[in-house]
Design a protein around this ligand. Structure first.
Ligand code: GLP
Length: 240
């Protein structure tokens, strides 16, 4: 695991966008695992700038998002599908059919999760998985106590995450109680992982990446088992 501390959020975003652009240039039909949350927004903004400058082409890129609330309609303003459309997809030349977000309306979530993993495998696997991190070290919606061996699955959200995500809803009661998330095994199956950490709220979570322990109570520590992880953190997250 390579941890780089960069000056600020902008520097993290620019660096992350460069890494993603390199992957796309190296393989124009690559498979990207994408993430939501406030942290990757700056990275997506940089990717849009690079696209507009003619530096990167998404025409053949395929994407699979990490997670989605459940139940959640794709056109709901707080859905992760909506987030991706607003913050990235509608601004670049990606083909809509090549973008995938777990279906928050699936009647049979277990079957949908199996299909989602099968689709990723069928696409050749994830070339790069972009990640943010929860204050409690969650990855996607793999909350403390998560299994290392889980593939995509339906999971209840912890109080901590509901409270953290309540800022996007009119009240904590409106935050969905569940989500569909890629599991740690799906994430660790990516060939390359890029984890972004910004802000002092994430200080404790970042510190857990420096020691040599793997602790299911802090799912981000599972990433230490992967051979190609780059962590980009800003000074606020580092100093707390
Ligand atoms: C959510 C998402 C995670 C994300 C986390 C942190 O719970 N499921 O994928 O990493 O929030 O979000 P933020 O970047 O807004 O702090």
């Amino acid at each position: 695991m390579l941890i780089r501390i960069l000056k600020d959020y902008d520097a993290v975003s620019a660096y992350a966008a460069d890494i993603i652009t390199e992957v796309v240039k190296g393989n124009p039909s690559c498979v990207l695992g994408l993430a939501t949350g406030s942290t990757p927004i700056g990275t997506y903004r940089k990717l849009i700038e690079e696209y507009r400058a003619g530096e990167v082409d998404f025409a053949q890129v395929r994407t699979y998002n990490l997670d989605e609330y459940y139940p959640m309609a794709p056109d709901h303003v707080q859905s992760y599908r909506h987030f991706m459309e607003e913050h990235l997809f509608r601004h670049i030349n990606i083909v809509s059919e090549n973008t995938h977000v777990p279906d928050g309306t699936a009647e049979n979530p277990a079957a949908m999760c199996r299909d989602y993993d099968a689709a990723i495998r069928g696409a050749g696997g994830l070339d790069l998985q972009l990640l943010g991190i929860g204050r409690n070290g969650h990855i996607g919606f793999n909350e403390p106590g998560a299994s290392l061996f889980a593939s995509t699955h339906l999971t209840p959200l912890t109080e901590n995450t509901i409270e953290a995500n309540a800022r996007f809803f009119s009240s904590p009661k409106e935050v969905p109680t569940h989500a569909v998330t890629m599991g740690m095994a799906s994430i660790l199956g990516a060939r390359k992982i890029l984890l972004l950490i910004s802000g002092k709220d994430k200080h404790e979570a970042l510190l857990r990446l420096y020691d040599d322990t793997v602790d299911p109570q802090c799912p981000a520590t599972f990433l230490k088992l992967h051979p190609d992880v780059t962590v980009l953190a800003d000074e606020e997250a580092y100093h707390g």
